[in-house]
Design a protein around this ligand. Structure first.
Ligand SMILES: [Zn+2]
Length: 467
């Protein structure tokens, strides 16, 4: 008899982590993600595993986003020695993501410790280091989509394309006990069907138990085409008044989508003379990983790009400037107007975007464009919710810039996308909603009951179910 315990992304959207245990499968973690929002150092120091990392046999990773993978180094630090099973592209992305994340963490910690020393408070030891990141990366096993992977004596798994970001996977685990076979499907994060770079999420039909994300369980997105129109209008209006545009971008996925759309606008003669800056070493590195895998991404749009522009997102946009170093980043501040600045982090919890806010968010000629979900407790959410003043770097800033959200660029399926994907499972599996805030989950649960007569469960953190 196998059980699943929900240790994160239970009635919330970050910290994805579910523990599958059973005779034939051992103890397998589905995702090992970080919580996001609030003070990064405090959050990382306070986060604790509710299980013994040394007792885990393997981690199965749905995709590379840190809210699904960011706790891996810490898991090794605390005694885990097993493999990380993921897709090959996820393994490549993970190298960029974990290195960037440990770098940020150690830098923030150093700053906190300088402050602590000044105040006569005790210094804080890091809970993981570069060595743990190296260990995690050396233990990654990359697999192809659809490949049958053994998982202990009585279990196997397959990854299917989730269409969310490069390498993202729906995880199908088959458990065999005596003469019985049970199929567990974990959606990971599901993409939307009309995204330009990603394939449609693979539709599966069989599961006994289904864990499905519900980030946008209460909302539809605009179509991607409408979104391009919206982007073009925002750019046009900001250009007219001599402003600049700041795009807090997720390094993986959204950044590449934006580069693609800006490239298309350029070739249509619709991009005026905007100078575009990709101001994020991580996003630059990730874009290069995307370039290596471009041919596997969504058919028509990418084929066009490959035919015309030498299989590179970077070369697709001739007005693109890469700001890898801090000096290059700071030089952007000297540009008065006409700059599109794409900088992380996507939810403004850290990174260079806050420095650009410092220079520009108080000026009404400028525009901030959000491109994805802003979790509770993040600076991005505060701005999206309409705050007139924000606090950064110990100072207060008035928000006069125009604030827009390009909902259609989301990397997640909207409500109807989730409904359709769930509907394909016949007969109906036992279905549990994960990775969503309570409002979104309730709305999706109600709609599934009303339209599909499917009664779902919404597990709380720490809750277990028997398969
Ligand atoms: Zn994700």
């Amino acid at each position: 008899m196998a059980t699943i315990t929900f240790h994160g992304a239970a009635q919330e959207v970050t910290g994805s982590c579910h523990l599958l245990e059973g005779a034939g499968v051992g103890r397998v973690l589905l995702d090992c993600g970080m919580h996001q929002g609030g003070d990064a150092v405090e959050r990382i120091q306070d986060e604790e595993f509710a299980f013994d990392p040394a007792s885990i046999d393997a981690v199965v990773l749905s995709h590379a986003h840190l809210d699904h993978s960011g706790m891996l180094p810490r898991l090794y630090n605390e005694g885990f020695t097993g493999p990380v099973i993921c897709t090959r592209a996820t393994a490549e992305l993970l190298e960029v993501m974990l290195n960037d994340s440990v770098g940020l963490y150690l830098r923030d910690l150093e700053r906190t410790n300088i402050r602590n020393a000044r105040r006569g408070r005790p210094l804080i030891d890091p809970v993981y280091t570069m060595e743990d990141v190296e260990m995690a990366l050396s233990k990654c096993q990359g697999h192809r989509y659809n490949e049958n992977v053994s998982l202990g004596e009585g279990a196997s798994l397959r990854f299917y394309d989730a269409g969310h970001i490069l390498g993202s996977a729906i995880v199908e685990i088959t458990l065999r006990e005596k003469n019985e076979e049970k199929v567990l499907v974990f959606s990971g994060d599901l993409g939307k069907s009309d995204s330009v770079l990603m394939n449609e999420p693979r539709v599966l039909e069989r599961a006994d138990v289904l864990l499905v994300e519900s980030t946008y369980g209460d909302r539809e997105h605009r179509g991607e085409e409408d979104t391009v129109v919206q982007l073009r209008e925002i750019l046009r209006e900001t250009w007219r008044i001599g402003g600049s545009v700041m795009i807090p971008a997720f390094a993986v996925g959204r950044t590449q989508d934006i580069l693609f759309h800006l490239g298309c606008l350029h070739y249509q003669g619709e991009l005026d003379n905007w100078q575009v800056f990709l101001d994020s070493p991580m996003a630059i590195a990730v874009t290069r990983v995307y370039d290596r895998w471009l041919k596997l991404l969504d058919g028509d749009d990418v084929r066009h790009l490959c035919d015309v522009h030498k299989t590179s997102l970077e070369k697709f946009l001739p007005t693109l400037n890469l700001a890898a170093s801090t000096e290059e980043s700071m030089a952007i501040n000297r540009i008065k107007g006409g700059a599109i600045i794409i900088a992380g982090s996507g939810m403004c919890t850290g990174g260079r975007i806050r420095h650009h806010f410092k220079s520009r968010i108080w000026d009404r000629r400028n525009t901030v464009i959000f491109t994805g979900y802003q979790a509770r407790g993040t600076l991005g959410r505060v701005i999206v919710d309409g705050a007139k003043n924000i606090k950064m770097f110990g100072d207060e800033y008035v928000v006069k810039a125009r604030v827009e959200t390009l909902g259609g660029l989301s990397a997640h399926a909207g409500q109807s996308g989730l409904m359709d994907w769930i509907r394909a499972f016949q007969p109906r599996p036992r279905t549990l909603l994960v990775h969503g805030e309570p409002g979104a989950q309730d709305a999706l649960a109600e709609k599934l009951w009303r339209e599909q007569q499917l009664k779902v469960q919404i597990p709380a953190r720490g809750e277990s179910i028997v398969l």
